[in-house]
Design a binder for this molecule. Structure first.
Ligand SMILES: *Cc1c(COP(=O)(O)O)cnc(C)c1O
Length: 372
């Protein structure tokens, strides 16, 4: 082969992966500082817990008990035992992931293949679309209603088409709405037994009393399901990457486990998650402060004449009535990082996480200066 041919040679590029939409991640602190020239940055783009995590976690990681030179436990026995007790679920039904996002990828690998169909909502949580597309499946998205809420009737009709898998976020990232008991019951009823019902409850800890526990509802049925939860949001461990799947059967759990990497959850993360579960009082206190702040910010946005979706999470989704990427750039100049929604059809919407009181004020002041 000539030299020229060699330089032109290309490996096989998986067309499914090459065509994937890009995951829209929030800016790092360093890049936000560089872009704004400011020290004081309000990072409100990734729904993290601005209060950090429980001191019990810091202690568990600092005391040297984690053996960094050993491979981590591939089956996360201690953490699964703590979760099983907390949720009253058999250990064989729980799989721990490198973030719940790894479980979205594993579910797509295990329960979809080229030509398969995944159903979700629009605007969607990026990975509910990216992971099915990565395995060659197609994705049907049911748009939110004009009231910025779930289109339960539209989802019922789409479920009648028997998709292989449903990725249903509730509370809904990015919108914020959560299904009430009647809405969730209707979707459970409408889903054929051949559809794997994946309920993503990443924000479960933030919901009000009116919102049902999806795991409680699903476990009273005979249908196949996976409920996803995470330590990244209310428990404040986003940087450590731990989430988990509660499955309707050990067989489904085994499939998920087979589709993940063996040592997926590192030893520090496993120890931290066990410690975090042991201090739910810290988490509850943080959640209470954040939901009060979320409602204050929501009211302030409405007072600016903006349309804001109801939220049961630690974030708000609003129609800025202008190009959201441009607005995000303007906010960044004031040291505020938000997430402009880039999905077609929603490009005037912004998702803003709930921060500390000072961060939220920094956001509201900057926004008022721009939209007034
Ligand atoms: C944040 C989020 C996740 C991912 O959380 P990790 O556990 O950090 O991977 C999953 N689903 C939804 C809807 C989220 O918003």
């Amino acid at each position: 082969m000539s030299k020229q041919n060699l330089s032109q040679a290309e490996p096989f590029f998986n067309p499914h992966v090459e065509a994937l939409p890009k995951y829209n991640a929030g800016l790092t602190l360093a890049s936000a500082r560089a872009a704004s020239g400011l020290e004081r940055i309000a990072r409100l783009a990734s729904n993290e817990n601005p209060y950090g995590c429980s001191p019990a976690v810091q202690q568990a990681l600092a005391d040297g008990a984690v053996e960094l030179w050993r491979y981590s436990d591939p089956s996360c026995e201690l953490l699964r035992a703590a979760l099983g007790k907390r949720l009253d679920v058999e250990l064989g039904n729980i799989v721990v992931g490198n973030g719940s996002e790894e479980m979205i990828a594993a579910a797509s690998r295990a329960f979809l293949t080229a030509g398969g169909i995944a159903l979700t909502v629009a605007p969607c949580f990026g990975l509910h679309e990216i992971e099915p597309l990565a395995v060659g499946a197609s994705v049907t998205k049911i748009p939110m209603t004009a009231e910025l809420d779930f289109d339960v009737t539209g989802l019922e009709a789409a479920l009648a088409q028997a998709p292989n898998i449903l990725f249903l976020p509730s509370p809904w990232n990015p919108v914020g709405a959560a299904l009430d008991r009647d809405g969730l019951a209707r979707l459970i009823e409408a889903a054929p037994a051949t559809t794997l019902f994946v309920l993503d409850e990443a924000y479960r800890e933030f919901v009000s009393d009116a919102i049902p526990d999806g795991l409680e509802m699903l476990r009273r049925t005979q249908r196949p399901y996976i409920v996803l939860r995470t330590f990244s949001k209310a428990f404040g461990l986003a940087g450590l990457r731990v989430g988990y799947a509660v499955c309707s059967s050990p067989r489904i759990a085994k499939m998920l486990a087979a589709a993940k990497t063996p040592f997926n959850v590192n030893a520090m993360a496993q120890a931290a998650a066990v410690a975090a579960l042991g201090d739910e009082a810290w988490m509850n206190a943080a959640v209470n402060r954040l939901t009060v702040e979320r409602d204050r910010v929501s009211k302030a946005l409405r007072n600016l004449g903006l349309r804001v979706a109801r939220s049961e999470g630690n974030f708000l989704f609003f129609d800025a009535a202008r190009d959201s990427a441009q607005l995000a750039t303007a906010l960044l100049k004031a040291g505020v990082v938000v997430k402009p929604w880039l999905e077609p059809g929603y490009r005037t919407f912004i998702r803003v996480s709930t921060g500390t009181v000072a961060e939220n004020d920094q956001f509201l002041d900057a926004l008022r200066a721009i939209v007034r």
